[in-house]
Design a protein around this ligand. Structure first.
Ligand code: ADP
Length: 267
């Protein structure tokens, strides 16, 4: 069924979106996509309608986290129609992965091709009514980030959430993100420290594997909000591999309660 589109026959772009949040990280593998997915599921559990735009060219992993990596999207006269991974249609997902023939395709793309695809994804998706659009970006601060920030400026995004791990290297990378956001006048909504301690599957006690508190110190140093720290939870890894909904499956877990704190700090 074709959705009810805007009056004129043009893609709605981001006009139906109330709040835009950009999720960034200094480097790959720190859990940026995981945090994006859990933010979406937590917002949903609070009754919000959420969109996720996955433009992580280095590895669009969000479709897999919802167990729908083989989906294809189709285009209507209003733009690309996102995929709804959950039966109640409370989460809409558009991923650059839906447009690739294989996950490594973007590696060989030149900058202009990447930038033009990113622009198309920012303007050409039919989001309908969405309370929060979460944008998962590539790691680091590249030309693509400038494209994203420039293209979004007209929509006044709420700002960026910066994801880091406790290790110093990653924290040093986040410093570059902070500088980038400040230069680009993109508000920083706060820092999330992920993989902060390990939840033992047997006793549920949290052990600090790496030094902890890096994210908090950094937030204090730069006077930006510290949103919270998410422990490593093997159940989270497993649930994501299965494409399941962790927040619904483990509502009493440390991860789920931390996510609620983070979202409450955010909205
Ligand atoms: P990024 O988007 O930064 O490259 P991902 O979100 O893909 O990183 O996460 C990398 C891997 O780490 C994934 O397999 C994910 O399931 C796992 N992971 C991330 N955060 C956690 C966590 N807090 N607990 C357990 N596993 C995690």
């Amino acid at each position: 069924v074709e959705p009810q589109g805007p009056e004129e026959n043009t893609p709605s772009g981001l006009r139906g979106v109330k709040n835009i949040i950009i999720v960034m990280s200094g480097k790959g593998g720190v859990g940026k996509s995981t945090v994006t997915v859990e933010l979406a599921l937590t917002l949903r559990s609070m009754g919000k309608k959420v969109g996720i735009l996955d433009i992580d060219l280095c590895g669009p992993s969000i479709p897999r986290m919802f167990g729908i990596s083989n989906q294809r999207v189709h285009q209507s006269s209003y733009g690309w129609i996102p995929v709804y991974p959950l039966a109640d249609k409370t989460i809409a997902l558009m991923s650059i992965g839906f447009l690739m023939n294989n996950p490594d395709e973007a590696v060989v793309w030149r900058g202009p091709k990447k930038n033009s695809l990113i622009k198309q994804l920012l303007d050409g998706v039919y989001w309908d009514d969405i309370d929060y659009l979460l944008i998962d970006t590539p790691p680091g601060t590249s030309d693509e980030h400038i494209t994203i920030v420039e293209a979004l400026r007209q929509y006044s995004p709420e700002g960026a959430v910066l994801v880091t791990t406790p290790q110093a290297v990653s924290v040093a990378d986040v410093r570059r993100e902070i500088t980038f956001c400040r230069k680009a006048t993109l508000p920083i909504l706060g820092v999330v420290e992920n993989m902060s301690g390990f939840i033992c599957p047997n006793c549920e006690e949290c052990t600090n594997v790496f030094s902890s508190g890096g994210g908090k110190d950094l937030a204090e140093e730069y006077a930006i909000p510290y949103l919270g720290n998410i422990p490593i939870d093997p159940e989270l890894t497993k649930t994501l591999e299965e494409g399941g909904n962790f927040i619904e499956k483990f509502p009493d877990s440390r991860v789920a309660s931390t996510m609620r704190t983070i979202v409450t700090n955010l909205i």
